[in-house]
Each structure stands twice: as C-alpha cells, then as structure tokens.
Design a protein around this ligand. Sequence first.
Ligand SMILES: [Zn+2]
Length: 334
Amino acid sequence: MRRSSCHLRGLYQPARPPLREVLVRRRQHRISGREHAVQSPPSFLSSQSPIFRDMFSIPQPPAADDTMVEGCIVVHLQDTMKDIQNLLELLYDTWSVHKFHKPLHVSMLRTMLRMSRKYGFKHLRQEAINRLRMEFPSTLREFGESLGEYRFIDGEVDEIEFSVMLLAREQGIKSILPAIYVYVCVNRHSEDLEKYFVENRHILPVDLPISLLLGRDRITRAVATTTFRWLNKGTVPCKECTIPAVCAATARMISMQLLEMPTANLVQRAVFPWDRQRLEGAPLCAKCVATAKEVFENGRKVVWERIPDYFGLNDPALAGDWDEDEGEAEPEKL
Ligand SMILES: [Zn+2]
C-alpha cells in the first residue's frame, strides 16, 4: 500500500445515481481538487482515528492496477458520500468545528456522531453532543434560558426539530430527548406532524408517532392540574387580593383562552417560564400574581419531571445501553 496518500470510496444510497468515488487530495490544508476532493496521507487519518490506524498498519499485498487510482490504493468504506465528504471537511477545517459563534448544520452533526462512533474520532462526537446538550438542555432552568433562536445548530426550518429528534434517538443521546420532544410539540402544529409522519413513515421508528402524540396529549391535559391550577376556584383571587373583582374576571378570561388554545400553544403553557406566557386580559393584583406564579412554577417542575414518562422515554427498550456521560452511547436500533 502506498502510504503517501489514499483514496476513500464511499457508498451512494441505492436510489441514487451510479457509484462515484471520493478522491482524497490535500492542497494547502484546504478542500480542493475535483469532485469535492481533498488530499490526505494515511498518516493524517491514522493520527486521529484508531480504526484507520489499524487499517493502515496491516501489511497489504501489492495492489492490482484496477484497484489503484493515480497510483494510490482505494479504500472502500460502507458510508454515504455525504458523510465521507463532511468528515473530511471537519478533519481538515477543524476551525469550523470550534467556532462556537457559527452554528453547525444538523447534517454535519449527524456525520460527526456516526463517523466518530464508527472510526473513533472521539473529539468530534463529544463536540457534537456538547452542542446538542447546550441547545436542548436537560434541566428546567437551562431549558427556560435556552428558549429562542438556535445558537449552536442549524438546519432546514421545516425539519430541524424532526432531524435532531431522529438523530438523538439513533445515537442514544438520551439527555436531550425531553427538550427536543417538547420543541417538536411547541413548534409543530397537528397538521405539520401529520404531514411529517406520512412523508417519513419509511424511516420513522414504529413507536415514535404514537409516543409523540400521547406525550403531547398528556402534557396539555396536565396544564389544568399543574401550571394553571391557580385558576381553580379559591386560589385567585387570593386571600390578600386588593382587587378581587378584577382578578376574578382575569382568571375567567384566561380560562377561556386556554379552552380555545391550539395544542402546540398549550404545551408552552406547561413548560415555558412564567414571563413568557404572554396571557392577555386585565391584570392581576401583585398579591394574586405572587400566588399564581408560585403555583405555576411548582406545576412546571412537576410537568418537567414527568416529561420522560409522558413520551415513553423511560421505556426499557429505549434505555438500553445508553451511557451518554462518556459520549459513547450505543445507538438505538431503528
Ligand atoms: Zn388579586
């Protein structure tokens, strides 16, 4: 085997055009050359991957001419061309990974997780998991602080939550599942979910649609007994209320709003912080606000703790061998 450089050949999906090859060619540390090619000596891949190191350390018999490209051995990989191209881009342009102000596309995170698991690029896997954990935190406090635009990941607007949800399940990144399931429920109305389930039924885990819808239903039904339990008779107006008639009217108005609210908005009522509820109507007095807010925050904590149960995320079939602390979770069988 010639050690100065090698060519990696990847797989296309069956439905795609005929097999093509990736030529690995390095020119001044930049991706260049033909067909998204970069040049890479085996020593470079070996220095970052124990799998490639073992692969290149095995003595090879002289290669036949038809297995060589431009005098280099061809290495066949059972990965998609997209994953191979992304991997090479990540390895040669490491600055792009560490620029935290620049979000990484979900497809790049997918490559980092899949290829790092397969070939032992541990730093790429940890980096991908760190970004996902910052974007979809596991604690209620961090979740409340993370609301808003995505800061560390990027993707197609219509698909980003769905893509991350599937990726987290595939890679066994259990800690981000509650937050991403909630995001899907908040950002996608019923029509969006139906469309996604129908169009992607061939790739979705069998349990996912029903567990997602059941969880969404459980969260919305919990609103009345948790975060908005203070609307129940006797809580507001509170005993120290300064404007009982106004606070009672406000409570009735908010109750009516909840009854008419779309499901996605109801999920927000169960998990978003008090100051992001944006309920319309006459104000409550300061005493009633304090009473209501205390009940609300206690209810919100209860909902958050129950979310794994609501979505069936504690199912032993999903728990399996997950060991995310080491970033080495076993992938879920889809
Ligand atoms: Zn009051």
